[in-house]
Ligand binder design. Structure first.
Ligand code: ASP
Length: 376
């Protein structure tokens, strides 16, 4: 009998091993539980958010929603939940609120659809999951987590991601679930502004349209069409209130996690995907450095690999979190982009820099100390 067991042991051990596709854990640095270190930081998007264009009712609604999100994640961390559980729960609250550009309340594409992106990352293992362009998953952040934990992949997009989410038992809704009148009107304004942006024969944006976005040069020579170097109308013209949501957390085991969820940018088209679901651009977490979630003009955040850039400044250059984050946001500004981010390190240091006019943001610490901020 003993002999048989000894013979079978290697096979038993092998079958207990994780499947080959499981994302291999990094050398984790899980510490002894210490409830006094738990911290949660959130954002609800950056952009042209000023006191002048805010009403007391709107301000109250945002403050309440941000507080509710913080309390939800805090409860998870308090009862010994992991940072991954906390960021997912927190982001779900904001996805379910019509106030934010994520889940219900997401912005519209040029074709009048809501295409949602989300990502999540575990700082202890460097496991990550994301979805892009989903239209029927009620909580894209949960789909991202399912990709991380229940698939061999990091990123799934479009209809395939939706089939996967359904197979994993996630809440599937009609695309109309995401509709809000305010966002639809925002699209109409953006389309009108875009049309106004190309009125003269040379296809040059008129002053009246004065788009905030830099028009892009068309490099391809077109026969009989636009002359070489003609200007394309900017895709994103209206408002620049980004409204993406995100959370970063430190749990009592010393592990960091980050999550981001968004509808992207109003009037996006051609299957455009922003920074939020791209690991290292809008979302990143590594126990060796920090957890980051971004909001802003995604194209610039992708080009500057913002989230990973901050982590790298800390990891290789030994920069403190705040210094690293500011340097990277400054880089985004130099490129011509705007937005902001939230960051957290394993010591519980928090950073929330932005170069736009405002950013919905807040944090809660172990002792329950909470702060919610909107303006500069
Ligand atoms: N960063 C998002 C994107 O470009 C937009 C946002 O932050 O609201 O898709």
């Amino acid at each position: 009998m003993k002999k048989l067991l000894l013979l079978l042991l290697p096979a038993l051990l092998l079958s207990a091993a994780p499947p080959a596709w499981a994302q291999a854990p990094a050398p984790a640095a899980t510490a002894a539980p210490d409830p006094s270190r738990i911290t949660l930081v959130i954002h609800g998007g950056a952009g042209t958010i000023t006191r002048q264009n805010m009403t007391p009712e709107k301000e109250k609604a945002y403050t309440e929603a941000l507080n509710q999100a913080l309390q939800t994640g805090y409860a998870v961390l308090k009862r010994g939940g992991t940072s991954i559980e906390a960021v997912e729960a927190t982001v779900r609250v904001m996805e379910d609120s019509p106030l934010f550009n994520a889940g219900k309340g997401a912005v519209f594409t040029h074709d009048g659809r809501n295409e949602l992106d989300a990502a999540i990352m575990d700082g202890a293992t460097l496991k990550a999951g994301s979805v892009a362009g989903v239209t029927t998953v009620r909580n894209p952040i949960s789909a991202a987590r399912a990709v991380m934990e229940k698939s061999e992949h990091v990123m799934l997009m479009g209809p395939g991601a939706e089939v996967f989410a359904k197979e994993k038992g996630l809440d599937i809704v009609e695309p109309s679930y995401f509709y809000t009148e305010a966002r639809y009107q925002q699209l109409q304004k953006a389309i009108a502004a875009e049309k106004g942006a190309v009125t003269d024969q040379l296809n040059t944006p008129t002053k009246a349209a004065a788009p905030a976005a830099e028009p892009t040069k068309v490099k391809v020579k077109q026969k009989g069409g636009k002359p070489q170097g003609a200007l394309e109308p900017p895709i994103f013209t209206e408002g620049r209130k980004y409204g993406t949501v995100g959370a970063v957390a430190l749990d009592q085991y010393g592990n960091l996690a980050a999550a981001t969820s968004t509808g992207g940018m109003t009037n996006k088209r051609y299957g455009r995907v922003g920074d939020a679901p791209i690991i290292g651009a809008g979302t990143y977490a590594d126990n060796q450095s920090c957890a980051i979630s971004c909001t802003g003009w995604g194209e610039f955040f992708i080009r500057a690999t913002v989230a990973r850039d901050i982590a790298a400044r800390m990891e290789y250059g030994r920069a403190p979190l705040g210094t690293a984050a500011q340097a990277t946001i400054d880089k985004v500004a130099r490129l011509g982009g705007d937005g902001g981010l939230i960051g957290l390190d394993r010591q519980g240091n928090i950073t929330m820099p932005f170069n736009s006019e405002g950013m919905y943001r807040g944090f809660i610490k172990a002792n329950g100390q909470t702060q919610v901020l909107i303006y500069r």
